[in-house]
Ligand binder design. Structure first.
Ligand SMILES: [Zn+2]
Length: 438
């Protein structure tokens, strides 16, 4: 039986059909002999982290893939802050931000440049000018994270239950920070929204008159004069991955959000960087994982490449990236598949449509699982349509982790009560019965 699971996660892999590709998805149209070989050797199905039709973000989809409920979700701001090495206190609120260009329309601010590329020295100057701010009750720190992106950390008695200000579209108005109707702590949420409004207003005035933006205007470029915010988060108690699933875990990935999610769940994390060849990157990451297989029970190897290719809105770009990834897999898969102790899974977190205004879309993604004892179905292609004919059917949410436990022979029989807190895995420790001497 396999002793450990390696999950190869191809981010945003799922897509829609395109007439230019013979009404196929980029994954269907791509030449992927190595992924197809994997599909032919194991069991196949579809996966959706929530409910089909729901367009999940990477952080929400990964959170459920790792077997956690959306009701436990702390907000992406937390993951990115932890990934960036920011020391969050329990009542801090971390909000994602990026530089946008805005123009006035009466008292509204209309986005005319959304998260554009920016020279590193310009970003440093602009972020540096608005790095710190204080109100009577709240202090604000801005942490640059590369390019136009940053993280705003608000300190005080606060709540993350406030709306985004980022409309995520050019031509739309910046959104007022508002309190959620179901906010758990309305007073704290009002305090947070008010502090954010004051900070963003102050920062807008400073950025608008900044010499970097004067220069940009002279060059005919939009001034980057607003910090749009989104996905506020706050730490909350969470059961570590080891405790919940009984598995020692490692994540190998290149984005702050994945590293931060790993840290949040108590996984070991290995940050890698993206090079020009995603196939080579993926092969290297799987090579790193292969070297550490003895130290872990669950290793997540991530590539963002298909998602990024889909955001170019060109299905052929995505098709080409998928073929590069398949070639990378070809260098490392034979050894992995020959190892009887490793359960190999290839899947994705969500679909990212190459031909839509949607950021992500709600179709499920293919999943193939190969390992000793795993049933072998009749699917021999790895794509969204072929996978639907697989023996797994549609897996949702934490069903994926339950299936992993099952194939590692670690699933606890439902009904046994060997610990005060029932777990889906066989308990690592049971409290021994002790004889009481009378
Ligand atoms: Zn994703």
């Amino acid at each position: 039986m396999p002793a450990r699971c390696l999950v190869i996660l191809l981010d945003g892999l799922g897509d829609r059909s395109f007439p230019g590709l013979g009404n196929q998805t980029p994954l269907q149209a791509a030449r992927t002999p190595n992924l197809d070989d994997l599909a032919a050797k194991g069991i196949n199905g579809l996966f959706h982290g929530g409910r089909p039709g729901q367009a999940l973000s990477s952080e929400n989809a990964h959170f459920t893939l790792f077997g956690y409920c959306q009701t436990e979700f702390p907000g992406r701001g937390v993951f990115e802050a932890l990934g960036a090495g920011i020391n969050l206190e329990p009542e801090d609120v971390a909000v994602l931000t990026h530089l946008d260009g805005v123009v006035r329309d009466g008292d509204r601010l209309i986005v005319n440049a959304h998260r554009p590329r920016i020279e590193p020295n310009q970003a440093a100057d602009l972020f540096g000018a608005v790095a710190e701010f204080e109100t009577d009750e709240v202090s604000v720190d801005l942490h640059p994270c590369g390019g136009p992106d940053g993280i705003i950390v608000l300190r005080g008695e606060l709540s993350p239950d406030v709306t985004d200000t980022d409309p995520s579209e050019v031509g739309q108005a910046i959104i007022e920070p508002e309190v959620f109707r179901n906010a758990a702590h309305p007073r704290r949420a009002r305090r947070t929204a008010a502090a954010l409004k004051r900070y963003l207003t102050w920062a807008h005035r400073i950025l608008d008159e900044h010499p970097v933006n004067e220069d940009r205007r002279r060059q005919g470029l939009p001034a980057l004069n607003f910090l749009s915010t989104h996905r506020a988060g706050q730490l909350r108690p969470v059961t570590p991955f080891l405790e919940r699933w009984g598995l020692r875990a490692l994540t190998i990935s290149s984005g702050l959000v994945y590293e931060g999610l790993g840290r949040y769940l108590g996984m070991d994390t290995w940050a890698v960087t993206d090079g020009p060849d995603p196939g080579r990157d993926l092969a290297q990451r799987i090579g790193l994982a292969a070297d550490r297989l003895k130290d872990y029970d669950f290793i997540h190897v991530h590539t963002k490449a298909p998602d990024q290719a889909a955001h170019t809105k060109d299905p052929r770009t995505k098709l080409a990236v998928i073929e590069e990834l398949d070639q990378g897999l070809g260098r490392v898969l034979p050894d992995l598949l020959a190892d009887p102790e490793t359960l190999v899974v290839v899947t994705s977190d969500h679909s990212t449509p190459s031909g839509s205004d949607l950021i992500h879309s709600g179709e499920p993604v293919p999943l193939a699982m190969v390992g000793q004892g795993v049933r072998v179905d009749q699917v021999n292609r790895f794509d969204e349509i072929s996978a639907a004919a697989g023996a797994l059917g549609l897996l949702r949410g934490d069903e994926f982790m339950l299936l992993v436990l099952n194939h590692l022979d670690r699933a606890q029989l439902v009904g046994l009560r060997q610990a005060p807190q029932p777990t889906p895995h066989r308990p690592r420790k049971r409290r021994p019965f002790r004889i009481e001497e009378s």
